[in-house]
Design a protein around this ligand. Structure first.
Ligand SMILES: NC(=O)c1ccc[n+]([C@@H]2O[C@H](COP(=O)([O-])OP(=O)(O)OC[C@H]3O[C@@H](n4cnc5c(N)ncnc54)[C@H](O)[C@@H]3O)[C@@H](O)[C@H]2O)c1
Length: 389
């Protein structure tokens, strides 16, 4: 059985660690096809606790030592975001398959370096923990879109404001909510999942204009509130809204094509297909607009957890880890290939850059410019560690 090492056993790392035991933190979140043999953290108390819980574990305080030890066949990285590309590069250079937590990094410049090392080592499996790609609602939406179920995409709106985070959440870790420690706020920590799904479903836009509010309603340096407008190459447009302080918040995805529409909200996916395609609609029927007969006719299919199945948070992660292990063993393909992580990050960086420079950003983003602007923020940051270099 594959011997797995885990770097970072904080909140998320503990969920992963316990998934390898018979007492997972989240019910039914078991990883059964690999054996966790080693953990690494710079916090010795966490290491002691891990050793108490799983006495067979080897413990390391230096991830490079773990990678060089010959004791692990593959490694999961669950440290703060700035470290992801550095640790990923080290693993790939050591020919050790790696699964990195989201986001893949904080700025595209060093993620391109990570992807370069990945492309030089194509046989070393590099995955990302974009666990929401296993969510049955988004899997269904992708299936409908890929089967041309809504036609050419016109409008792609997502409001995701229900991942509420109180001030205490930010105060829990010195790195959180700071430019130098975290490199961003809601875009970098909570929304990468949705931003990845957005591009997974709709592709990449070519223009981004965003308004990020820094420290709105929370005592933090970074963005807690974002409204972004994007344009796609073939004329489609989209709006992405996110925040950590709306209560009660909303999570509504609406994708409209020229042939139908998908809405996902409150664990319901509604799929409406036009009975007469848009280009054949009777545009002359203006005589009585109030007559429902003159409205575009459609058929609707509703999907709930009953039809699609239920994969709770935590179980999604275990499935993603099992998929990565199966891919290493040649049995499956990755749900979230590592090299795709840069796409969500490019969108995140462009939303921030658009706000920093107060202008529209064209993609591909100027990675050097973004890095330069981010470093200006880091210089004034409260967080003084140098882990970003
Ligand atoms: N996929 C998800 O649903 C999900 C959910 C939460 C967090 N995350 C991601 O997981 C990562 C960690 O987040 P968290 O909430 O667990 O943070 P955390 O602060 O609770 O844990 C981070 C851990 O990394 C350790 N660490 C820091 N530097 C290290 C180093 N050089 N070597 C080894 N260990 C080091 C810290 O001591 C800490 O134990 C973040 O990138 C976050 O985005 C993903």
């Amino acid at each position: 059985m594959l011997r797995i090492g885990l770097v970072g056993i904080g909140f998320m790392g503990r969920v992963h660690m316990l998934s390898f035991t018979d007492k997972p933190m989240i019910p039914n979140a078991y990883v059964k096809n690999g054996k966790l043999v080693a953990v690494c953290d710079i916090d010795s108390k966490k290491l002691e606790q891990a050793k108490k819980e799983i006495p067979s574990l080897e413990i390391f305080s230096d991830y490079k030592e773990m990678l060089a030890s010959g004791k692990v066949d593959a490694v999961i990285i669950a440290t703060p975001h700035y470290l992801h590309p550095l640790m990923g590069i080290e693993a790939l250079k050591n020919k050790i398959p790696v699964l990195i937590e989201k986001p893949v990094g904080v700025f595209t410049k060093n993620v391109f370096e990570l992807n370069e090392v990945a492309s030089q080592n194509p046989d070393v499996v590099f995955g990302l923990l974009f666990n929401q790609r296993t969510n049955p609602f988004f899997v269904k939406a992708k299936e409908i879109i890929d089967n041309d179920g809504i036609g050419k995409l016109k409008r792609m709106n997502w409001m995701i404001t229900n991942w509420y985070r109180p001030q205490k959440y930010y105060d829990n870790g010195s790195w959180r909510g700071t430019w130098a420690g975290e490199g961003g706020g809601v875009l970098m920590n909570q929304a990468p999942h949705q931003i990845d799904l957005w591009q997974w479903l709709c592709g990449m836009p070519t223009k981004v204009r965003a308004y990020c509010k820094f420290g709105k309603n929370r005592n933090v340096e970074v963005e807690t509130d974002v409204t972004a407008y994007v344009e796609y190459p073939d004329g489609g447009s989209g709006v992405f809204v996110t925040s950590t302080h709306d209560a009660p918040g909303t999570n509504r995805l609406e994708l409209i094509g020229n042939n139908g529409k998908i809405v996902i909200e409150n664990e319901i996916l509604s799929y409406k297909k036009l009975l007469v395609p848009e280009n054949k609609l009777n545009e002359t029927a203006t005589a009585n607009l109030m007559d429902p007969k003159n409205a575009p006719q459609f058929e609707e299919v509703i999907y709930t957890k009953k039809e699609l199945g239920d994969i709770p948070w935590g179980v999604e992660h275990a499935i993603t880890i099992e998929n990565w292990i199966n891919t290493i063993e040649g049995k499956e393909e990755l749900i979230a290939p590592g090299i795709e992580g840069v796409k969500a990050l490019e969108l995140i960086n462009s939303m921030l850059l658009s706000t920093f420079l107060d202008k529209e950003i064209e993609l591909p983003i100027d990675s050097n410019k973004y890095y330069e602007e981010l470093m200006k923020k880091c210089e004034k940051s409260e967080f003084k560690d140098t882990w970003r270099v």
